[in-house]
Design a protein around this ligand. Structure first.
Ligand SMILES: Nc1nc2c(c(=O)[nH]1)N[C@H]1C(S)=C(S)[C@@H](COP(=O)(O)OP(=O)(O)OC[C@H]3O[C@@H](n4cnc5c(=O)[nH]c(N)nc54)[C@H](O)[C@@H]3O)O[C@H]1N2
Ligand SMILES: Nc1nc2c(c(=O)[nH]1)N[C@H]1C(S)=C(S)[C@@H](COP(=O)(O)OP(=O)(O)OC[C@H]3O[C@@H](n4cnc5c(=O)[nH]c(N)nc54)[C@H](O)[C@@H]3O)O[C@H]1N2
Ligand code: SF4
Ligand SMILES: [Mo]
Length: 691
């Protein structure tokens, strides 16, 4: 028996077949006919079934007995769910409805994300729901909406990447974060295309590029403005496109006029000759793309950075045309769908706004509630976490699909806030570092044991299929939410925990919204290898390419936004003389709750480390492999030094996949972007010492 489905991890959502082998164990087989990865998988995908039968897997609910210092003990589902409902009711009775918060995840299927948002708004009736996607591509999403009127990560299929002449990729390392996507970049270069990569590290991706711009962390907007300045001076702009398809160029022109190449070299550290070369490679190409990922987005000015690169794409006429476009490379398995269906503090399903009366009325009608009973916008992810256990903050928190103790910025502080809660419940596969602090832990099904839909980085809605039954004793997230809603007196509003039934409700709730799924069915997804949203009715095709005729704004034009370079929230000084940036390695996923448990992945990269330039290390008396302590204004972390001659000499890089004292997030700065509320994961000031 072979079941076609998709990898549980990142937004590539690679197609794979799950084959039942000896002893009832599932193994991964390639699915070469699937159009995105075409059979390719990374090591995480190949090893993904190992977690289905992992000895650490939770198979019974756990409840902390004996108060805060007590231990987690197995209990029945009734006991666990009764306790969750009891604690929620107690907190809400004493402190009001808003004293309960929900934290979701971009790994949840569309059905789960939708149900979680609905649960918060109509069963808990709290405004305070947000999710780890806020830490992911919230800046790019906000910028995309401002400039184009809608946020769909890539407004074109992956195929188009292979067919464009020039690509500028900013702050992304897909060679490690989405290896099978590289086949498109490789084809692009093999047919004579140019790839320009902007990254403080000469990553595996940058090594494959035509040109690498090794910018100083946090200087992205200056780089974008500098490239646009050169393009304008050298006659590379597409004035016909600017006139016909955009608004607001004049204000941008005035600002970029002051970004002379030598000034931009001073700010970014990128030599003027390279700036000129990059502007010409992109500007002279007949077709081109500008792609951004977390390097530019995860900053306290992530929205401005993204807008500055969108300005560049628009001014060069590299958007809204075939084989052209600005795209954001979305990260989590359902990072795209997870941001469309209402688990974000300001949002309702279909990418509707919770503050908009018409949007509220539409969704309230589908839910069968009075629009006036829907709460308003709640706190953003970090602000929600920062409020935990305080007066006016949340006193009880439910976490679905996030391991905050490892992945949230200023994690030491977040840990203290979690401990200050009256009550914490966590639904997870494993006893993650966050689940370890919970009062109730709920064990859930894994991807190969459940049905649902995921929306990949192209906006293609895919089916996750059940290949085997879950172990006895675990429930799906949708079963948990439905059972809790019943206990909270809202059972009438949650008639089913069946993904297919929930998806049909989601289709109605999203109908007419920006992310319109109304015409997408499970059957169509299967017969069409996924359906691209928007798809407003069953007799209409999906939309692989957006913006070819018009942008999704009121007048159909894209909007330029004038953006100035600003310094990072924290710059190096005498006490903390270096830049710290953080990110990923190929073999581990996110907080590592899953991949640290896979032997082959653990063996490949067993421990946390810091990339440090050998010349810099010698100045501090540090040898390759030495234990070092990194210190910022938030705290200290202990990792091993890894000599990396390809990183800037003023910058350290730490992957964030490890727990305990090796957590990168003990160091990171929670300074937030004013619009997207994205923390500054990618830039802060740090000190390094041997030992
Ligand atoms: N192996 C693996 N793959 C993953 C994940 C994983 O955890 N592991 N997670 C998935 C998720 S959720 C996401 S969001 C994606 C993320 O995918 P990427 O965005 O590709 O990953 P990151 O490593 O976070 O950051 C990318 C690059 O930004 C660079 N960078 C750091 N600071 C700056 C800066 O100031 N400016 C610029 N321009 N660049 C900078 C870093 O050096 C790094 O190489 O990956 C997805 N895929
Ligand atoms: N320093 C630094 N920190 C970062 C980043 C960075 O670049 N640098 N990147 C940020 C980004 S982009 C992201 S996306 C976040 C991600 O960080 P996290 O939100 O911590 O991501 P995961 O490790 O994927 O956590 C998912 C948890 O949910 C469990 N899980 C998996 N599937 C399901 C499910 O279907 N239901 C339930 N209930 N649980 C499930 C997993 O076992 C795991 O414990 O980290 C952010 N933190
Ligand atoms: S690239 Fe992403 S989706 Fe594909 S196999 Fe690797 S982790 Fe899974
Ligand atoms: Mo992410």
């Amino acid at each position: 028996m072979s079941t076609p489905t998709h990898c549980p991890y990142c937004a590539m959502q690679c197609g794979m077949n799950l084959v039942a082998g000896g002893g009832g164990l599932l193994t991964v087989a390639p699915r070469p006919d699937f159009p995105t990865n075409k059979g390719g998988l990374c090591q995480k995908g190949w090893t993904s079934t190992e977690l289905l039968s992992h000895p650490d897997r939770l198979t019974t609910p756990l409840m902390r007995l004996g108060g805060k210092g007590g231990t987690l003990r197995p209990v029945s589902w009734d006991e666990a769910l009764d306790r969750v409902a009891y604690e929620i009711t107690a907190v809400q009775t004493q402190h009001g409805r808003d004293a309960v918060g929900v934290f979701g995840g971009g790994g949840l299927t569309n059905e789960k994300a939708y149900l979680l948002g609905k649960f918060a708004r109509v069963a808990l009736r709290t405004p305070h729901i947000d999710y780890n996607g806020r830490f992911c591509m919230a800046s790019e999403a906000a910028a995309g909406i401002k400039a184009f009127g809608v946020d769909r990560g890539l407004p074109f299929p992956l195929e188009d990447i292979a067919a464009t002449e020039a690509i500028l990729l900013i702050g992304g390392n897909p060679a490690e974060t989405m290896p099978p996507i590289m086949q498109y970049f490789d084809r692009q270069r093999q047919t004579g295309g140019a790839l320009i990569v902007a990254d403080p590290r000469k990553t595996a991706t940058a090594q494959a590029a035509t040109l690498h711009l090794q910018l100083t962390p946090g200087t992205d907007a200056a780089l974008a403005n500098g490239l646009l300045h050169i393009a304008a001076s050298d006659g590379l702009l597409d004035h016909d496109f600017i006139t016909a398809r955009t608004n607001g160029y004049e204000a941008v022109r005035r600002i970029v006029a002051s970004y002379w190449p030598d000034r931009v070299e001073r700010i970014t550290g990128v030599p003027t000759a390279q700036l000129t070369k990059a502007a010409h490679l992109l500007g002279e190409a007949a077709t081109g793309m500008v792609l951004t990922a977390r390097g530019a987005g995860q900053q306290s000015k992530g929205v401005d950075n993204t807008l500055a690169f969108i300005n560049l794409a628009l001014a060069l006429g590299k958007a809204g045309r075939p084989r052209c476009g600005y795209g954001c490379i979305t990260g989590q398995g359902n990072g795209q769908g997870g941001r469309e269906h209402g688990q974000k503090a300001d949002q309702l399903p279909g990418y509707r706004k919770i503050a908009d009366p018409q949007h509220r009325a539409h969704v309230a009608a589908v839910w069968g509630v009075n629009p006036d009973d829907l709460p308003g916008p709640g706190r953003s992810a970090y602000e929600l976490l920062d409020s935990l256990g305080t007066d006016g903050g949340a006193r009880a928190l439910l976490v679905f699909a996030s391991n905050l103790v490892v992945s949230a910025p200023r994690a030491g502080h977040v840990e203290q806030r979690l401990d200050a809660l009256d009550f914490l419940a966590v639904a997870d596969i494993f006893l993650s570092e966050t689940a370890q602090r919970a009062d109730v832990v709920l064990p859930i099904t894994q991807w190969a044991e459940e049905e649902g839909t995921m929306t990949n980085l192209e906006g293609r809605v895919l089916r996750r299929r059940r290949a085997q039954a879950p172990p006895p004793g675990v429930w799906s997230d949708t079963q948990i939410l439905t059972a809790l809603a019943g206990r909270l007196g809202a059972g009438r509003l949650f008639p089913s925990s069946e993904p297919r039934v929930i998806f049909d409700e989601l289709r109605l709730a999203s109908a007419g919204g920006a992310a319109d799924y109304a015409g997408i069915t499970y059957e169509r997804i299967e017969s069409e290898d996924g359906v691209f949203w928007p798809c407003p009715s069953e007799d209409r095709p999906g939309t692989p390419r957006l913006f070819l005729d018009r942008f999704a704004t009121e007048d159909g034009r894209a909007t330029f936004h004038p953006v100035h370079h600003r310094s990072a929230a924290e710059e190096p000084d005498d006490e903390y003389p270096l830049y710290l940036t953080t990110g990923r390695v190929m073999n581990h996923y996110q907080s590592g709750a899953q991949t640290r448990r896979v032997k082959a992945l653990r063996d490949a990269v067993p421990e946390a480390y810091v990339e440090i330039h050998p010349a810099l290390a010698r100045r501090f008396g540090i040898a390759d492999g030495d234990p070092v302590t990194l210190t910022t204004r938030r705290g200290s972390a202990q990792v091993l030094a890894r000599f990396t001659p390809t990183i800037r000499q003023d910058t350290l890089f730490v992957p964030f996949h490890w727990a305990g004292v090796a957590r990168a997030n003990l160091l990171t700065n929670p300074a937030l972007d004013p619009t997207s509320r994205m923390p500054e994961f990618k830039v802060c000031a740090v000190r390094v010492e041997k030992g």
